[in-house]
Ligand binder design. Structure first.
Ligand code: MG
Length: 398
């Protein structure tokens, strides 16, 4: 039961390389299956979300984060009669281009690549599914549908959008030049991503001891549901039940955000009445929080930035992670033979196919960035130790 404004696989804008339809699956289900079986997807389990991968088995990784985004996204999609399969597909793919070591790794690689066109993780996710996965005899990448690729390319700088548009006219980058929106399924994944990390970073933050329930009293969105939980279950005042109090408060907070998105988005739909997906793309964003929830979510994000992401203990680790990525980049760029044969071949092809030394240098740097971006936390740490003899991030090697 799809709404008229939902993405319908029967009206997909298709794949870059034509393929016959699958007998039992829609094109979006097929995209999802290709993502789940990809190499980049399996590596998400060993990539940091906020905490480095070795710091504890109970913290989120990019894989469990992606599964939570898919769950929240599907749940909201069903209520709004959006395409659940497409939402799940985009959610599972949305972090495929992330470097090791979370945002620290991404910032470091972007700095290294500054003179070579920069590094954006959303664009890298698209590179993974369009070019870097090597699984089919006839083409590079996973050959996903336009709608999945549109959702994966969440942000894109104008200069990168121009380059993409030159290669694929009227493709997934055009909206960044025309300042239009993607499908509602893609919009929903963005918001589900935010809801997921707001909740699980509180959970991981409290369980790691870096933030406390007492500190969270300053965060209206959390405190409201903690007070409500305590009123309903007074026995949870006992500190021995701290974990149940945390989980129940987060559960209520998550539900309230999901219901808020459904109500606010439904109200926006009632007003705009888009006839189809193309009408959705021309409108302002439709998937949204109500104004009050928007403020509360912003307050929570600011709290997490100040008290968790910039906690001295987290900063110390991320400083080392930046150094690892920087050292790897320098080492591979100066000696591409330190990379595996498949990447050496790509460097060779860049050198042979380039008109001048400058474009050969650009191409080589991009191969190095692709290689580093694909690494898991522990592989990057091991490679760093092999190349420099230094043991930063001890424990990640284990
Ligand atoms: Mg995410």
């Amino acid at each position: 039961m799809l709404a008229t404004y939902a993405c319908d696989p029967a009206r997909s804008r298709g794949r870059r390389f034509a393929q016959p339809p699958a007998p039992t699956r829609t094109d979006y289900q097929r995209d999802r299956d290709r993502i789940v079986h990809s190499t980049a997807f399996r590596r998400l389990v060993y990539k940091t979300q906020v905490f480095l991968n070795h710091e504890g088995d109970l913290f989120r990784t990019r894989l469990t984060h992606s599964l939570e985004v898919a769950q929240l996204g599907r749940s909201i999609a069903r209520s709004l009669a959006l395409n659940e399969d497409l939402v799940e597909t985009i959610a599972l793919a949305h972090d495929l281009g992330h470097t090791p070591f979370g945002h620290a790794g991404q910032d470091a690689l972007n700095n290294c690549m500054a003179v070579y066109g920069g590094f954006e993780h959303n664009l890298q996710s698209l590179r993974v599914v369009d070019h870097l996965e090597e699984r089919y005899p006839a083409f590079d990448g996973l050959n996903l549908t336009f709608e999945t690729r549109e959702g994966i390319l969440k942000h894109c700088s104008t200069s990168n959008a121009r380059q993409l548009e030159a290669i694929e006219p009227g493709g997934v980058a055009l909206r960044f030049l025309q300042h239009t929106q993607p499908s509602m399924e893609a919009q929903l994944c963005n918001l589900a991503d935010e809801i997921a990390y707001n909740a699980h970073d509180i959970d991981d933050g409290v369980r790691s001891g870096l933030i406390t329930l007492a500190q969270l009293q300053d965060v209206a969105l959390f405190d409201e549901y903690k007070c409500q939980t305590l009123a309903d279950h007074p026995q949870l005042h006992d500190a021995a039940h701290g974990r149940r109090l945390l989980y129940e408060s987060i559960r209520r907070m998550l539900s309230s955000q999901v219901y808020d998105v459904i109500a606010a988005t439904q109200a926006a739909l009632d007003q705009a009445r888009p006839a189809d997906v193309d009408a959705v793309r021309q409108l302002p964003p439709l998937v949204q929080f109500g104004a009050a929830m928007c403020d509360k979510s912003r307050e929570l994000k600011a709290f997490l930035l100040k008290h968790l992401y910039r906690h001295p203990q987290v900063m110390q680790k991320t400083g080392q992670a930046r150094l690892v990525v920087h050292d790897l980049f320098v080492a591979y760029l100066s000696d591409p033979q330190e990379m595996p044969p498949s990447h050496q071949r790509r460097v060779l092809a860049e050198l042979q196919g380039s008109a001048d030394a400058e474009s050969a240098g650009l191409g080589t740097a991009r191969v190095v960035a692709d290689y580093i971006a694909g690494m898991t936390d522990r592989f990057a740490a091991r490679e760093h130790q092999r190349l420099t003899g230094l043991q930063l991030l001890s424990g990640v090697n284990a």
